[in-house]
Design a protein around this ligand. Structure first.
Ligand code: HEM
Length: 432
């Protein structure tokens, strides 16, 4: 059964990936547009998105970009960081002004040698051995999240379930207490909202909203950092403030932007993967029955199929540093390339029947966490573990849970987000 097909509605020349209205189109129409681009214009050129007038002063419109839509080209770019650089910004199409880079320019937007130096500080906390160590804890948190809704028979799955587990886990890893979970939830919603009107009110200054959200997180961090400096615990904030590489500590701005990156990346993306997972499993009852019947065996492939299917992070940017050729086309220094992971994840040359949601798909060389290269998602092991635990517990405790109605989607080209989605299930008593 196929729920998302590629419906071709737009012609090649009508496709404009920079128009936010494109991203408001039904999913099947967007798939149709990307299928056409992969086939006919795999490195299509687009003008840059319109920048809200309040931002235009500090973020002038740039020269445009190439949309990289084939799997082979996304993989090629990711593998050559010396040619395709991240330092001019990986998460924004326009170059970011200095004052924004201070908060949003952490290691995701750096190149070697700085990138390797920054990544080394936190990589241990996210390696498979460490994630294994907190597995029991992830189980406990997932259990308590389900306990809070078990008796209700229904809830907003995104806000009450999918968002809770990654939020609580990343906060704990960073050393943030429960009293501040609300601040983290709201701030990361705003930072990744691309100005969606639910998070940045119509007419409000988006730059101010992003900066205020980042400052809220930074204020939280400053308090924590003060406590951890000289008195380290085993949390990640302690590693950030007490690190000393070649006699050098991170500057206050580096600690702040690192903190913002980890908190935001750690909670928005996995939330959307879990939400897309429930939606896909509801729409594909046979796949769901299979997962329920063999949770351990299916999770090994099903979790990655959810990430391929939902592609929660739609793109990352790179900037060309030297003359080169990609997919037979010449590129020059300063050219921007945007890696569309959602498109690579449906590439017919790589995936058999790409529009089929197949929890046993193997091999599954999806690029939902990025393609192989130095920036490959730091949190991939953690995210996989969270998705696995969440669906195992949901199937055990609320076996008939399903999504109902149309999900309320985020208006964004960057995050394939679901803001709200109702779910129903037979109520049960909380276990805890
Ligand atoms: C399903 C969930 C997730 C998805 C789909 C996802 C996706 C991605 C993608 C596409 C990239 C960019 C890769 C590249 O440029 O090559 C990335 C990088 C990153 N992710 Fe994730 N991510 C997820 C969960 C997490 C979690 C739980 C964390 C925890 C902190 C995290 C932290 C990061 C960080 C820090 C980077 C930057 C790595 C670097 O530049 O070296 N992510 N992620």
């Amino acid at each position: 059964m196929t729920s998302v097909e590629a419906r071709q509605v737009l012609t090649l020349d009508e496709i404009d990936l920079s128009d936010i209205e494109f991203w408001a189109r039904p999913w099947a129409e967007r798939e149709g547009a990307f299928a056409l681009l992969r086939r006919e214009r795999p490195l299509a050129f687009f003008e840059e998105p319109e920048i809200p007038s309040e931002l235009a002063l500090v973020m002038p419109k740039g020269p445009g970009y190439r949309a990289v839509t084939r799997h082979a080209d996304v993989t090629e770019v990711s593998r050559h960081p010396e040619i395709y650089r991240s330092g001019q910004g990986a998460t924004s199409i326009p170059d970011m002004p200095e004052e924004m880079l201070e908060y949003f320019g952490s290691m995701i937007s750096t190149d070697n040698p700085r990138h390797a130096r920054l990544r080394r500080i936190v990589s241990a906390a996210f390696n498979p051995r460490m994630i294994k160590r907190i597995e029991e804890h992830i189980e406990l948190v997932a259990g308590s999240v389900i306990d809070r809704v078990a008796g209700l028979g229904g809830c907003d799955f995104v806000v009450d379930v999918a968002a809770r587990l990654p939020l609580e886990i990343i906060c704990e890893m960073m050393g943030i207490g429960p009293a501040d979970y609300g601040t983290v939830f709201n701030a990361s919603n705003i930072i990744l909202s691309q100005g969606d009107p639910e998070y940045v009110q119509e007419g409000a200054d988006p730059l101010l909203a992003f900066m205020t959200a980042a400052q809220d997180l930074t204020a939280l961090m400053a308090e924590l950092a003060e406590a951890r400096r000289g008195n380290p615990t085993d949390d990640v904030t302690s590693a950030l403030v007490n690190t000393n590489i070649d006699g050098e500590s991170l500057t206050a701005a580096e600690v702040a932007s690192f903190f913002v990156l980890l908190v935001v990346a750690g909670n928005e993306t996995t939330r959307n993967a879990i939400s897309h997972g429930l939606l896909a499993l509801t729409e594909h009852p046979d796949e769901r029955a299979l997962w329920r019947a063999h949770p351990a065996a299916i999770a090994a492939t099903g979790v990655d199929e959810i990430v391929r299917w939902g592609s929660p992070v739609i793109w990352m940017r790179r900037t060309v540093a030297e003359d080169t050729v990609l997919g037979g086309e010449e590129l020059h220094p300063g050219d921007k390339v945007i890696l569309f992971y959602n498109s690579a994840n449906r590439d017919e040359d790589v995936f058999l029947d790409p529009y089929r949601f197949d929890v046993r798909r193997s091999p599954n060389p999806h690029v939902g966490f990025g393609a192989a290269g130095p920036h490959f998602c730091l949190g991939a092991h953690l995210a996989r573990q969270e998705i696995d635990v969440m669906f195992r517990q949901l199937f055990e405790r609320l076996p008939d849970i399903e999504s109902v109605g149309e999900p309320d989607r985020l208006r964004s080209s960057f995050i394939n987000g679901i803001k709200h989605m109702d779910c129903v299930f037979t109520p049960v008593a909380p276990a805890g």
